[in-house]
Write a protein that binds this ligand. Structure first.
Ligand SMILES: NC(=O)CC[C@H](N)C(=O)O
Length: 423
């Protein structure tokens, strides 16, 4: 089934100042990676698909590719993800709203999609960029092919594009805005102009992915996940949904928490009226500086209940404590990031997905850096024991990714326990 995308549906368009536009003569065309297959005489010709899509980056490069999933034209920020597995969890991570995810693992689609690996109820990302789309799908849990899944969700995908070359470009020049199109009527110059008139910085993407009303969450992860299955006292956690991944909720439930999920604009006063044992500020897409209302909410809650921030939640906590966040060159996206856990005196391999980070030098005295990303030394975790605050810049719930940091959910439970005993 074919869906037309007429306008980027997942994130608002914020015009860039026209001065940024470079002369169109800087447009360079990258040779099509997929050359037409030659067929030996006597062999039946197969209906090989030839390139029918273009990815035009704001640096003027044009990448020819083959489309799958939805058709149309879509703008977004291109980021690369180094996870070897878990494309379905990545597709349904709401923190990718407004972004094209380029998978560095070249072979994608081989296990199809299934009912269990959804991290949210929707795909919010702008599109998927891969090297090779598996021609067959084989997995006992598979219910559908990746292509059909993306078509139904109106998400564009491209394959047979040189993902290594694009990744090297992003590593060298930083994240780039791109436009993906299957529309032949649009010229390269028009697509380039679109990419240069769009921006993701300063845009509130959380409002488009958060739930609209509070709800209770009860599902736990399956028993094979249970590293610590002791019965525990029940703690009530209010979880702010800035684009929350289901596995955060499942892990909290498995650690014995009763969870109320609330929308991103839920007033702090209403949260405090529920007398929660702890408050979780979730992951979420985009620029933490574009959501001052969320920083205000965090400020109003600090000191009144133990809090745990994950990714966007960590960045909002950093700002609420008086610190600054900044945009990284190309961010961290993947399941293989080494992090030094300073308190635990160990290195954890972690799942990460962020383009912004907290500048630890901007934080007030008393705030401790608890985790450091060993690839670039950036701040990966914070604590402020005086106010019962803890946070991680990355994803302890994994999904996809390693489980090394799962114990942090237990640390949050301990924090709530200590605070309750003192009260
Ligand atoms: N996973 C997240 O919460 C992402 C946080 C933020 N949107 C960033 O890109 O840095």
């Amino acid at each position: 089934m074919v869906f037309a995308i007429t306008n980027p549906s997942n994130c608002p368009i914020a015009p860039k100042p026209p001065t940024k536009a470079k002369p169109l003569k800087s447009l360079l065309t990258v040779k099509c990676f997929a050359s037409p297959h030659s067929v030996a005489s006597g062999v039946v010709e197969r209906p090989w698909k030839t390139s029918d899509a273009r990815l035009v980056l704001e640096d003027g490069s044009v990448w020819k590719a083959k489309s799958f999933g939805a058709r149309g034209t879509q703008v977004g920020e291109v980021v690369f993800n180094t996870s070897l597995t878990g494309y379905q969890e990545i597709l349904t991570d709401p923190s990718y709203a407004g972004q094209f995810v380029l998978m560095t693992n070249p072979h994608i689609g081989n296990t199809g999609v299934n009912f269990d690996d959804e991290e949210s109820n929707q795909c919010f990302l702008a599109g998927l960029v891969i090297r090779s789309l598996s021609i067959s799908t084989s997995n006992w849990r598979c219910t559908e092919t990746l292509g059909d899944y993306l078509s139904e969700r109106n998400i564009m995908g491209i394959y047979d594009v040189d993902t290594r070359a694009i990744t090297r470009r992003l590593r060298q020049d930083g994240s780039l805005i791109g436009v993906l199109s299957t529309e032949e009527s649009k010229t390269d110059e028009e697509l380039l102009e679109m990419s240069r008139l769009w921006d993701i910085v300063g845009v509130d993407l959380i409002s488009g992915v958060s739930c609209t009303a509070p709800y209770e969450w009860v599902d736990k992860t399956k028993p094979e996940w249970d590293f610590n299955s002791n019965e525990r006292e029940i703690y009530h956690v209010v979880a702010y949904d800035f684009g929350i991944k289901h596995n955060i909720l499942r892990r909290l439930a498995s650690y014995g928490c009763k969870i109320t999920v609330v929308p991103s604009k839920w007033p702090a006063l209403e949260t405090l009226k529920m007398k929660p044992d702890g408050v979780l500020f979730s992951n979420g897409p985009g620029d933490p500086s574009a959501v001052p209302y969320a920083v205000e909410t965090v400020k109003e809650i600090l000191g009144k209940a133990p809090v745990f921030g994950i990714c966007m939640g960590h960045q909002l906590l950093g700002q609420a404590l008086g610190g600054k966040t900044f945009k990284m060159k190309f961010g961290h996206h993947g399941g293989n990031h080494p992090v030094r856990n300073i308190m635990g005196s160990r290195v954890e391999i972690s799942a990460q997905n962020h383009n912004y980070a907290v500048d630890p030098a901007s934080l007030p005295e008393g705030v401790e850096v608890t985790h450091i990303n060993l690839n670039d030394g950036s701040c990966a975790g914070l604590a402020y024991p005086q106010l019962n605050i803890m946070s991680l810049q990355y994803h302890p719930e994994a999904s996809p990714g390693p489980h090394d940091s799962d114990t942090v959910f237990g640390e949050f439970v301990e924090l709530m326990k200590r605070a309750k005993q003192k009260a």
